[in-house]
Design a protein around this ligand. Structure first.
Ligand code: AMP
Length: 396
């Protein structure tokens, strides 16, 4: 069995890992840490919640502690993820460590970021837009940065960040090590990898595009009118923290209000909220101050709250690959989780796309199904077309 001691990490870092209860490396860490310490580029696909943040942070901190000239930049698709990565890195550093990191994200004071950059931090964590802002203002000089991490790259491409990524690569050191992580490895990611990585070690944990076995997925078919009642039923059934996904910002606000009127504490999170408000909502969720987060995809990306037990897709995602990111908000670090899709008659095609993504072998049989028959494998259909009446019958 591999332990963190096998990696011969700096004493201060090993000490912190012990204190944090990181007893043994997760599978992705077991493979990525030695490869990164040997200066290899990495193309990694890992299920969400598998410890990939530590997989790229531990080698970076080791290098910084052992060599004077190592600087790392970690690029993430969302503000929340950048904050979480930074939080993880800080947790690995002792209070008296001189290693500084700075978070460069939109919605936060640019002047304060400029000031922090003036202190020559060893680590920059940020979203593409704000990093580019600083490059343009010349408040950020990336020429010495030689450890580059792209986190959740598939998502960054979905969000249209390929040009900013190219721009960032044109500024970092040519003598760099590059680590690319992505929940899924579609063709466009492999193209990016060929462009920016050199002979990468490929680390694929489990089946590509798969979700953990610890997440039980199911689909309830329901009429549009019966959806809300079904949602409330599902939330009451489990009585634990949950994220409800919706496709529009306005709808999340409305839903949070409706749930509150139904006696279920809820808050909405979406891209139009001020950064400080978004952070407050997530911190309140973490502290169990309310039970249900109603979210859009962008806002919920990267949220790592271990006690989220249930993810409910009130709307199925517009982009099929978001399904994996969504349900990865539960079942963090091996915990049990459940994912429920509330699907209407119009969602049949989307469900088939999702099934094809997470279960490519079953997809062949999906093609052969008589038209209109729901997918029977993953995600499993628990019931057929439920409406208010059958729902009541179930509750009775
Ligand atoms: P991530 O996949 O990076 O979002 O990590 C998921 C969660 O697992 C985070 O809360 C980490 O702090 C935690 N974690 C990561 N690696 C380990 C480990 N080796 N032992 C215990 N907890 C870990």
């Amino acid at each position: 069995m591999t332990t963190f001691q096998d990696f011969a990490l700096p004493e201060a870092l090993q000490h912190k890992l012990d204190a944090l209860g990181f007893d043994k490396p997760t599978p992705v860490q077991e493979r990525a840490i030695p490869a990164a310490l040997e200066h290899r580029d990495i193309l990694g696909s890992a299920q969400t919640g598998t410890g990939k943040t530590a997989a790229f942070s531990i080698p970076l901190l080791t290098k910084i502690m052992n060599h004077a000239d190592v600087y790392g930049i970690i690029v993430t698709p969302t503000r929340e993820l950048a904050l979480q990565v930074d939080e993880q890195i800080r947790a690995f550093l002792s209070a008296k460590s001189k290693i500084r990191s700075v978070v460069l994200i939109g919605g936060a004071s640019i002047e304060r970021q400029v000031q922090a950059l003036g202190k020559r931090p060893k680590i920059v964590v940020g979203t593409p837009g704000r990093i580019i802002d600083h490059l343009e203002r010349k408040s950020l000089d990336l020429s010495g940065f030689n450890y580059v991490v792209l986190d959740e790259t598939d998502r960054m491409l979905d969000m249209g960040f390929s040009a900013p990524i190219a721009e960032i690569f044109s500024h970092v050191s040519k003598e760099r090590q590059t680590l690319l992580f992505s929940a899924t490895l579609p063709k466009n990611i492999q193209k990016i990898s060929a462009q920016y990585l050199q002979n990468p070690v490929r680390i694929e944990m489990g089946q590509v595009n798969s979700v953990g076995d610890n997440i039980v997925q199911s689909t309830q078919f329901v009429s549009k009118d019966g959806k809300f009642e079904m949602l409330v039923d599902a939330l009451r059934e489990h009585d634990q923290s949950a994220i409800v996904f919706m496709n529009s910002k306005f709808a999340t606000e409305k839903m949070a209000k409706r749930l509150k009127s139904a006696g279920i504490t809820a808050e909405a999170i979406h891209g139009d909220l001020r950064q400080s408000k978004r952070e407050r909502v997530i911190s309140n969720l973490r502290d169990n101050k309310f039970r249900v987060l109603v979210a859009t995809d962008v806002a919920a990306r990267g949220i790592d709250v271990p006690h989220i037990h249930q993810v409910i897709n009130f709307d199925l995602p517009r982009q099929t690959e978001d399904y994996i990111h969504r349900i990865g908000r539960t079942g963090r670090n091996g915990a049990q989780g459940i994912a429920l899709n509330l699907a209407t008659r119009d969602d049949m095609e989307k469900l088939n796309d999702i099934e094809r993504l997470i279960n490519p072998n079953a997809a062949k049989s999906a093609h052969n199904r008589p038209a209109g028959k729901p997918a029977r494998k993953k995600p499993q259909a628990k019931g057929r077309w439920r409406n208010k009446k059958s729902n009541r019958a179930r509750a009775a």
